[in-house]
Design a protein around this ligand. Structure first.
Ligand code: ADP
Length: 197
């Protein structure tokens, strides 16, 4: 079962993703991390995306699709699935992903904007991330979220693949909610395979 973690910037996807990937033996693909690696490598693409990321805008779909295709072309053990963090973030990315893989569950991190702004401000003090440093950048990221990513949430909701977690709670609570959800979905899938339904 391939799973997506979807939600506003700073909603806790990255933190939960690391733990969930370990627990369930997923291959974690975080586009934010891959892009930051590209940025620090100083490559041509890295230079292109630096200012875009630092001001809180989205990197172009072409660059993201290339990065994802490269990741998905790497061999994956037969019993392993993907866990996506920060991808897809636009309708075009979501459509492309649906062509490449079967996505059965999308975990939506439900949290209000004020909590997000507060968390990003706190994270910025320690993370050193350029895009976490001022409230204008956070505002820009949230605007992009509403323009480009909210339609992705709607797309998955309309195809009955969206599962909400309360992401305003503590990191451990969010982690436990997701763990419970994936256990439940795995069990349902197993029962379906065994012909119980
Ligand atoms: P956050 O979820 O806190 O915004 P990420 O690490 O997921 O942090 O993303 C950091 C930045 O990387 C984004 O603001 C954006 O510029 C870029 N980025 C990450 N994923 C994508 C994507 N799927 N499409 C376009 N840009 C992306």
């Amino acid at each position: 079962m391939n799973v997506i973690l979807l939600g506003k910037p700073g909603s806790g996807k990255g933190t939960a993703g690391i733990e969930i990937a370990k627990d369930f033996n997923f291959k974690l693909i975080s586009t934010g991390d891959l892009l930051r690696q590209e940025k620090s490598s100083g490559s041509t693409i890295g230079k292109q995306i630096e200012s875009i990321m630092d001001r809180g805008d989205l990197v172009s779909d072409d660059i993201i699709n290339d990065i994802i295709e490269q990741e998905l072309s790497k061999p994956l053990p037969i019993d392993m699935y993907y866990l996506f963090d920060g991808y897809p973030r636009t309708i075009s990315q979501a459509r492309r992903l649906d062509e490449m893989l079967n996505i059965s569950a999308v975990v939506y991190f439900d949290v209000d904007d004020a909590t997000i702004a507060e968390r990003i401000e706190q994270r910025g003090k320690k993370s050193g991330r350029e895009d976490d440093q001022d409230s204008d950048t956070t505002k820009c990221r949230l605007e992009n979220y509403y323009n480009d990513t909210q339609p992705v949430v709607d797309l998955y909701e309309n195809s009955d693949r969206l599962y909400k977690v309360d992401a305003s709670k503590s990191a451990i609570s969010v982690y436990l909610q997701i763990k419970q959800l994936i256990n439940k979905l795995n069990k349902e899938e197993e029962e379906e395979d065994n012909g119980i339904y």
